[in-house]
Design a protein around this ligand. Structure first.
Ligand code: GLP
Length: 240
């Protein structure tokens, strides 16, 4: 596991963008696994600036997002499809047909999830998986539990996540209680993983990740078993 500790959020975002850009440069038709949330937002802006400056070409890049609320319509401004369009896809020269986000409107979530895993496999797997982390150590919406699920699946959200994510909604009551999330298997099968961690409130989750001890009470600790993980955290997250 490679660890970079940056002075602040902006430096974390710039470094994350440089690493992601290097993957796109080396393999223009790469498959990126992407995350939502306030953490990768700065990195997405930096990538959009590079694309605008003609330094980066996304025209052949394929993306698969980690998760989506369930149920939610894609045009709801709290959906992760809406977030990705607004914060990245509409700002770069990507072909929207190559961008994939789990569909939060389907009647059969199990079929949607199985098809998503098959599509990732058919695309050749993920070259770089970008991750954020929940305050409770969740990755995607793989929440702490006594058992973790390998395949992409429908999951309930913990009270801690509903509380943390309520800042984006009018009230905690408006946060969907379920989500579709990539399971740990497609995440762990990614060739490279880049995890961004910012802010004091992520300190405990980060320390768990760096401890090398694996526990389902902090799903991010699974990453200790992956051979190519880069952690970029800011000082606030590292020092707590
Ligand atoms: C959300 C998402 C995660 C994200 C995490 C942290 O609930 N499901 O994919 O990494 O929580 O979000 P933020 O970056 O806003 O702190």
């Amino acid at each position: 596991m490679k660890l970079f500790i940056t002075e602040n959020y902006d430096e974390m975002s710039e470094l994350g963008a440089r690493i992601t850009a290097s993957v796109v440069t080396l393999k223009p038709d790469c498959v990126l696994g992407l995350a939502t949330g306030s953490t990768p937002d700065g990195m997405y802006s930096a990538l959009a600036r590079k694309c605008d400056a003609g330094e980066l070409d996304f025209s052949k890049v394929v993306t698969y997002n980690l998760d989506e609320y369930y149920p939610i319509k894609p045009d709801n401004d709290q959906s992760y499809r809406y977030f990705m369009d607004k914060h990245l896809f509409d700002l770069i020269n990507i072909d929207k047909a190559n961008t994939h986000v789990l569909n939060g409107t389907v009647e059969d979530p199990a079929a949607e999830c199985a098809a998503y895993d098959e599509a990732i496999e058919a695309a050749g797997g993920i070259d770089l998986q970008v991750l954020g982390i929940g305050v409770n150590g969740h990755i995607g919406f793989n929440e702490p539990d006594s058992e973790l699920i390998a395949a992409t699946h429908l999951t309930g959200l913990t009270e801690s996540t509903i509380e943390a994510n309520s800042r984006f909604f009018e009230s905690a009551n408006d946060v969907p209680r379920h989500a579709l999330t990539m399971g740990l298997a497609p995440i762990m099968k990614a060739k490279k993983i880049l995890i961004l961690i910012s802010g004091k409130n992520k300190h405990e989750a980060l320390m768990g990740l760096l401890s090398g001890k694996i526990t389902p009470s902090n799903p991010a600790t699974m990453l200790a078993m992956h051979s190519d993980v880069t952690v970029i955290c800011d000082k606030a997250a590292y020092e707590g």
